[in-house]
Design a protein around this ligand. Structure first.
Ligand code: COA
Length: 149
């Protein structure tokens, strides 16, 4: 029995009509030095506004040390751009990729702006980490298909 045949049997067995499952279309990652993001809320407004949405800036500047959070967000945006590029999708502007945090802190790409319609057909998953010196993030973009009936 081939692996492909075994895989088909397992999928047919566990997928029910109406189930949603995903295929990974692209993956991206990025790492940045935190020092680059030691920015001033007012003096660096032009750069900040080009990259980060008002909600993202409010979140990052709510910390006594905003730089790791800004750097992590920047990494997540770059990771999403790489994932989109790998999936041969149109590359969004940095400030169109809004990274927010859920109640438990889990980061996600908000479905505001250009992602509002896309959200019905794709899923974006991201993960962010930072220490004093470096920040990194990974992102995947996956299709959101309904299993065939
Ligand atoms: C979540 C956790 C793994 C983060 O680890 P850490 O080493 O402190 O932090 P890291 O630098 O690696 O990562 C920080 C990033 O993790 C992400 N994050 C925070 N909470 C998260 C969670 N529950 N799940 C996934 N990612 C999370 C955020 O993006 C955060 O960066 P940001 O605040 O700039 O957006 C750690 O706090 C933990 O184990 N918590 C226990 C679970 C928990 O707290 N649950 C929430 C209860 S309300």
């Amino acid at each position: 029995m081939t692996i492909e045949y075994l895989h088909t049997i397992i999928c047919v067995t566990i997928r029910k009509p109406g189930d949603h499952y995903m295929s990974i279309l692209g993956i991206g990652c990025d790492v940045e030095e935190v020092d680059r993001f030691n920015l001033d809320k007012d003096a660096d407004k032009t750069f900040l506004n080009r990259i980060f949405t008002p909600l993202e800036q409010a979140y990052c500047f709510s910390f006594s040390s905003p730089a790791p959070h800004l750097a992590g967000r920047f990494c997540a945006k770059e990771a999403v751009i790489k994932a989109f590029s790998q999936a041969s999708m149109k590359i969004p502007e940095y400030h169109h990729i809004e990274i927010l945090n859920g109640p438990s802190g889990v980061p996600f790409v908000s479905d505001s702006g250009i992602f509002e319609d896309m959200g019905k057909t794709i899923n974006i998953h991201i993960s962010i980490s930072h220490c004093a010196s470096y920040a990194m993030a990974v992102a995947t973009v996956s299709s959101r298909d309904e299993a065939k009936k």
